[in-house]
Design a protein. Structure first.
Length: 321
């Protein structure tokens, strides 16, 4: 070993990858909030979205009981997730009138990890994923970490928000690998209609693209009619993401999933490759998997509270307007 010294310059950008060169400066809103908190000023934060801080079932009566399941001390990892947990997810979709086999489910620690798995599954460095605009800024960070490029297709407003399919067609280049839809979208709140779902699946089938559907808020539709899950789609290779964070109001439990649907041969290959990816991390803790069935059953009480509060808020807004 030579005695030549190579200086290590702390704080130098040369030490780090380009994918993490993000702008970390606080925006004006964050700076103002920090100043107000430092001054002890009262703040009514209308952007607070953490369900554990909003008085929504802050203490689940059965939470401790759900986590005190037999088998807690044993470790028998399954890359796809413990079968009983996957069966519980399958039954959840049964309540949505969507048939899904437990074998078509991969458990993850969160939907962000699910996106990471899927970007790695579908894309080479520099490939493109089409996402809706307006949309949620988290996608930018997930894309950077997976070395892919996001291409935004517009949502247009005409008696409700809709996908601009003409622009989507134009934006899908040879490097496009997948289309992401958020159902309902954040921040517009629109669901992808049954007609749009069918058209989007056909578009992806013809272009050889995968379809990624984020359904974390699927259960919270204000209209009485139930919205259709993308799990029903069979035309294109489809990956549907959801988890306990939103549908059960339990972000602290860290359990989500990827549901795979589509033509049998493509689905089988996708699941086999996803299993290898998941096996490399084995990130989902055993206790929450053992508790998954009981935790999913608790969603009904949360749903009732959220819908009651949302309905009351909407009435108040209608009254003021």
């Amino acid at each position: 070993m030579s005695g030549r010294a190579f200086p290590l310059i702390l704080g130098s950008a040369l030490m780090f990858s380009e994918r993490t060169c993000w702008n970390r400066e606080q925006n004006r809103l964050s700076r103002t909030l920090a100043q107000l908190r430092t001054a002890g000023a009262p703040i009514l934060d209308l952007t607070r979205s953490n369900p554990t801080e909003c008085g929504l079932l802050s203490e689940h009566a059965g939470l401790a009981e759900a986590l005190a399941r037999p088998g807690l001390a044993s470790y028998q990892p399954d890359p796809r997730g413990i079968l009983d947990a996957r069966e519980a997810v399958s039954q959840y979709y049964g309540h949505l009138e969507a048939e899904l086999s437990p074998d078509d489910i991969i458990l993850t620690s969160g939907t962000s990890e699910g996106y990471s798995f899927l970007f790695r599954l579908l894309c080479n460095p520099g490939d493109e994923v089409l996402i809706p605009s307006p949309g949620y800024p988290l996608f930018d960070f997930l894309a950077d970490l997976s070395d892919i490029r996001l291409v935004r297709f517009p949502l247009v407003y005409d008696h409700g928000w809709q996908i601009d399919f003409e622009e989507l067609e134009k934006l899908a280049t040879e490097r496009a690998r997948a289309v992401v839809v958020v159902h309902p979208n954040n921040p517009t709140g629109n669901y992808v209609s049954a007609r749009e779902q069918a058209r989007l699946s056909l578009f992806c089938r013809k272009r050889g693209l995968a379809l990624l559907a984020d359904e974390v808020f699927l259960d919270f539709s204000l209209p009485a009619r139930r919205q259709l899950s993308f799990v029903r789609q069979r035309e294109a290779l489809t990956f549907t993401l959801s988890g306990l964070s939103k549908i059960c109001g339990m972000p602290q439990m860290k359990l989500a999933w990827i549901a795979v649907s589509g033509l049998e041969a493509e689905k089988k290959e996708a699941l086999a490759r996803l299993e290898v990816i998941a096996d490399a991390f084995l990130s989902v803790a055993t206790p929450v998997q053992l508790a998954a069935r009981a935790l999913l059953d608790m969603r009904h009480a949360l749903h009732a509270q959220v819908m009651a509060r949302s309905g009351g808020n909407l009435q108040a807004l209608d009254y003021e307007l």
